[in-house]
Design a protein around this ligand. Sequence first.
Ligand SMILES: [Mg+2]
Length: 143
Amino acid sequence: MTISFDLDDTLIPTTFKFDVEEQNFLQRVFKIENIRKGSLELFKELEKRKIKVNIYTTSYRSKARIKIMFMSYGIKVDKIINQQEHNKFVKIQSSKFPPMFNIDIHIDDSVGVKMEGEKYNFKTIIISKESHNWVEEIIKKIN
Ligand SMILES: [Mg+2]
């Protein structure tokens, strides 16, 4: 199984300041972006279950930058789809279209993406920015 994660306001605080994982000295020096508290635990659980993790973001961050960011936290990301990649392959009017990249479930904060999933027939898990037990919510739904 392959699942993908949105970045802004799902894993990375952008418009909403949720609690974040602690950073080490080098991460602070290199101004690595903060990730949501619980991410480390969640990715460990996914790895245990042999679930592949992709990042699917509508931001223009470069793939290298995203890869390095997750690596610095010890998180292995299988594939990264950014806006450039999305534009290259997806020709329908949908901000995200995970089936194009062999993704089984996409996790996002946006209700708009949930509606796209209903319209274009792909599975989503929508996580509120305010949720404190988002990790449990995801694990429960994946099981
Ligand atoms: Mg988002």
